[in-house]
Ligand binder design. Structure first.
Ligand code: ATP
Ligand code: MG
Length: 552
């Protein structure tokens, strides 16, 4: 976190609370994911904010799974969420589950019934919606609202005991059917759902609603600052009402603007559709905005934290350009990635005056951005090399400083060569390029006195390993697929994945590990895909060297 930047508005609140000695100056935040999908870059913002506040003010953060909806939740999601939070570099104080509080929440509900502040309603969801009124018209009560405390206690217990089918009854808070805030018009607290829960099994057939479970879980944990996104502003009076009526720990809710990123979608429901309908290769497809997708793509935790820091914490929603995320990973990889040579679209270059069977070994620094270079690796050289097809031109334009008959270039870390000719196949495609080399121009010991304008990368043919390279583009063709007409999936970019089945890497890259960033010289930043096998290495392009996106 940079020290110079001014405080965001939530830090200002926390500092004020600490000055006033609220909660003894203690800071306890929580990150409360619902385990119904994988975390995405929007969650990263919430994670960085919640854990960042605790780190900055000597506090702690709980990881609380908001698992009150049994149908959509799964342990697979719980495990992935834990992995992602850890990977981002944060450590939670306690791993907790709202479902651990089901007994306590039930007791809270009974307490509210006893106070005459909650009642069992037999209406259908449609009737409840109709009786709620509209923002300009007050709601109307029904006969259930006047049930006695005793009857409500008995019915709620019977709901819990499984006496009623799904949807037959709900428990509602008795607040104010004329409130201008629709959330206060007798909101639901519990519903009946005979469903298996990933943690409590078949123990419960009634489940608390978000508004009831969330604030009460905060209070049970004595969370001091409960941070959520702006859409919960109208829920805040309800959050405070429950806490006040129950007389429990006064957690406070604060709201910030959610992260919206262009050229993607962020709702878990939509991401799940992309996975289920196989538009992508799972939640961690490198094109997905999920943390696991970004990781597989080659993003580093530091780059994601940097991104979250740069976008800041706002009170109003806006759209962040994905170019900023790409900028952050480029910044990081430029400092940390090891430099390697790989040829993505190969043609053969033959050095006609270099003896057949002769090999030399050049060395190249791993990382020229740091003083000691982080060591070096051997780069074998021989008479036949792979070079990029685009580095040779039969009829070059002016100022083409790469290979064309008569031109000289430096082969990175090796010799200067002069292009003498080329060969074409029957279709007119260039298949081989012929050069001679300047023996005195050996890199590191160049006595040739020749200056060339171009340097190209290469891989020695007998030493090269064949790999697959995957180039990714944005998953959607439009900035905000969710706001376009029709289905968001209609706007998927059909060219978001480009596979190069036969690229060549220098031999040292066979030691690559997933997550380690490599700069393929002149080609971009890459990482090994986690599903690679020794027989089939796959490299994912994390990001290009420069921003090459042209608005279409
Ligand atoms: P989705 O709408 O994608 O399903 P959600 O808000 O339901 O997301 P939760 O698992 O409930 O997902 O979110 C956990 C926490 O992350 C919440 O505090 C939520 O406010 C926060 N969060 C979710 N999406 C974003 C986002 N785009 N930007 C910032 N915070 C977010
Ligand atoms: Mg949610």
């Amino acid at each position: 976190m940079s020290e110079e930047r001014s405080l965001n508005f939530i830090e200002e609140i926390v500092e004020e609370d600490i000055r006033e000695g609220k909660h003894g100056g203690r800071v306890l935040t929580r990150f409360p994911p619902e385990p119904n999908g994988y975390l995405h870059i929007g969650h990263a913002k919430s994670i960085c904010l919640n854990f960042g506040l605790a780190l900055k003010y000597g506090g702690q953060t709980n990881l609380r799974f908001d698992d009150t909806n049994p149908v959509k939740e799964d342990v697979e999601y719980v495990d992935s969420i834990k992995e992602d939070v850890k990977w981002l570099g944060f450590t939670w104080a306690k791993e907790l589950y709202a479902s651990d509080y089901f007994d306590q929440l039930y007791a809270f509900a009974v307490e509210l019934i006893r106070q005459g502040l909650a009642y069992v309603d037999d209406s259908t969801p449609e009737q409840i919606a109709a009786q709620k009124g509209t923002p300009t018209e007050p709601g109307t009560g029904n006969e259930y609202r006047n049930r006695s405390i005793e009857e409500n206690l008995r019915l709620f217990e019977e709901m819990k005991a499984g006496k009623y089918p799904d949807g037959a009854k709900v428990l509602r808070a008795k607040i104010d059917l004329a409130s201008p805030n629709m959330h206060l018009r007798d909101p639901l607290m519990y519903r009946i759902k005979h469903a298996h829960h990933h943690r409590t099994g078949d123990q419960w057939c009634i489940y608390p609603m978000y508004d009831f479970a969330h604030g009460e879980s905060d209070a049970i944990e004595e969370i001091t600052h409960s941070v959520c996104t702006l859409e919960f502003i109208p829920h805040r009076p309800l959050y405070e009402w429950f806490i006040e009526k129950l007389g429990i720990f006064p957690s406070k809710q604060y709201e910030f603007a959610r992260l919206n990123l262009n050229y993607t979608v962020m709702s878990k429901r939509k991401l799940l559709q992309l996975v289920d309908e196989k538009y992508v290769d799972g939640w961690d497809d490198p094109r997905m905005p999920t943390i696991s997708g970004l990781r597989r793509r080659g993003y580093t935790p530091a780059s994601i934290r940097d991104f979250c820091e740069r976008i800041g914490i706002a009170k109003r929603e806006n759209m962040i350009d994905v170019g900023l995320l790409e900028f952050c990973i480029r910044e990081d990889l430029n400092k940390t990635a090891w430099r390697r040579m790989a040829v993505l679209d190969p043609i053969k270059l033959v050095i006609t005056d270099y003896p057949e069977g002769k090999t030399e070994v050049f060395t190249g620094e791993n990382n020229p951005e740091v003083e000691d270079g982080e060591g070096s690796r051997d780069i074998p050289f021989s008479r036949e090399l792979w070079i990029e097809r685009e580095d040779f031109m039969e009829e070059p334009p002016k100022k083409f400083f790469r290979l064309a008959v008569g031109n000289m270039v430096r082969l990175k870390s090796a010799y200067i060569v002069k292009c003498e000719g080329f060969k074409k196949d029957d279709n007119g495609n260039v298949t081989e390029v012929y050069c001679t080399h300047i023996a005195e121009s050996r890199s590191g010991n160049d006595t040739s006195g020749i200056n060339v304008k171009g340097t190209i990368h290469w891989v020695s043919v007998p030493d090269a390993k064949t790999v697959e390279v995957r180039l990714y583009d944005r998953l959607f063709r439009v900035e905000d697929p969710s706001s376009e007409e029709g289905d968001f999936k209609d706007y998927i970019n059909p060219e978001s994945l480009h596979i190069l089945p036969q690229a060549y890497i220098e031999p040292d890259l066979a030691n690559a590990v997933p997550g380690k960033g490599y700069q393929f010289i002149r080609k971009g930043y890459f990482t090994l895909d986690k599903n690679s096998t020794p027989d089939k290495l796959v490299f994912n392009r994390t990001v290009t060297l420069k921003d090459g996106w042209v608005k279409k």
